[in-house]
Design a protein around this ligand. Structure first.
Ligand code: NDP
Ligand code: OXD
Length: 309
């Protein structure tokens, strides 16, 4: 069984080593050393060059390096008859919840103002706001959004979620479907985007939807850059409608040096590492799927090509 590994973002040699340790029998090939394309049974990829997957005639499984698969589905010629699996990993999920908590708490505790005051040697007491007065809205109540929502609750925040289907998460008010999006947004003091990027969600954070947020709200986007219409976000920040934004993902990555986000006083930029796939943690589930393929058992963590996630 031959496994091709391709990614510009991940240390592919480390991934190859982690997988080889668990499955020494695998014939592992690191792109561009493909050898005969007809040999390749499984492709472990992140944003593969368009046409690469289609050029592998005997491909039986596409495995994403990450939780998101938009970078794979961006290739119009991805062979959609081949099962596509994604990563669902406890450590990655915890990492994302850490990121969400960090930035929600930072906004809740008015840290930006405190830091600014410190720089100005200003000793100014700020009236505390009780967490119960803040409504945190999570767009995308899947693996990551649900965990983050549950971890926000013990702090006393009001937590609401929006997804395609109705959810029953104790303590979290569920909104679902396009018809309930506006009602959800009108409540969010902090909007956290943990959606997958699909044709339905592209550009969902735009001038109209941002204008529905209460004045002074914050945005935390760790979904994908394509969720945000960047010019509309800048307008919402500059017109003082939004108090701040934390952005981990961008339309263009790495974020180009000329991007206004780098220096915007209300923006925190992180380099798409809110939550990462770590070889030692994730290699076992990849090897498990390969073993399942070999034994003709169901592949786990499958993506629905129709839904796009
Ligand atoms: P899941 O597939 O588990 O969850 C996706 C959620 O989004 C589901 O609740 C789904 O609704 C909802 N959703 C999808 N489409 C729509 C829509 N059109 N309208 C309303 N809700 C919708 O994904 P994960 O939680 O595992 O990951 C989410 C995303 O996070 C990834 O796709 C990736 O883009 C991003 N990510 C970012 C990382 C980073 O470091 N910045 C790291 C890992 C992931 P329903 O439940 O009803 O189907
Ligand atoms: C992912 C990511 O989707 O890293 O896992 O963004």
């Amino acid at each position: 069984m031959a496994l091709l590994i391709y990614s510009k973002n991940h240390p592919v040699a480390d991934w190859g080593a982690a997988i080889a340790k668990l499955a020494p029998d695998l014939d592992i090939r690191l792109y561009p050393e493909i050898g005969d394309p007809a040999d390749i049974d499984v492709a472990l990829v992140w944003k593969p060059p368009p046409g690469l997957l289609q050029s592998l005639p005997n491909l039986k499984l596409i495995q994403s390096f990450g939780a998101g698969v938009d970078g794979i589905l961006a290739d119009p010629n991805v062979p959609r008859h081949v099962p596509l699996a994604r990563v669902v990993d406890g450590r990655l999920t915890v990492g994302m919840s850490e990121y969400v908590l960090l930035h929600v708490l930072r906004y809740h505790r008015q840290m930006e103002t405190m830091l600014q005051n410190q720089r100005n040697r200003t000793w100014r007491w700020l009236p505390p706001v009780d967490a119960s007065e803040r409504i945190i809205g999570i767009m995308g109540m899947g693996t990551l959004g649900t965990d983050a929502a549950k971890k926000l609750l013990p702090f006393g925040f009001q937590v609401i979620g929006w997804s395609r289907s109705l959810k029953a998460v104790d303590g979290v008010t569920s909104f679902h479907g396009d018809e309930h999006l506006d009602g959800f947004l009108k409540l969010c003091n902090v909007l956290v985007c943990l959606l997958p990027l699909t044709p339905q969600t592209r550009g969902i954070i735009n001038r109209r939807t941002l204008s529905l947020l209460p004045r002074g709200a914050y945005l935390i986007n760790a979904g994908r850059g394509g969720h945000v219409v960047e010019a509309d976000l800048l307008h919402a920040l500059d017109s003082d409608w939004l108090s701040g934004a934390t952005l981990d993902v961008f339309n263009e990555e790495p974020l180009p040096p000329e991007s206004p986000f780098w220096t915007h006083p209300k923006v925190t930029v992180t380099p798409h590492n809110a939550a990462d796939s770590i070889p030692a943690h994730v290699a076992p589930q990849i090897v498990d799927n390969i073993r399942r393929l070999q034994k003709g058992q169901p592949i786990l963590r499958l993506v629905d090509y129709e839904r796009g996630y």
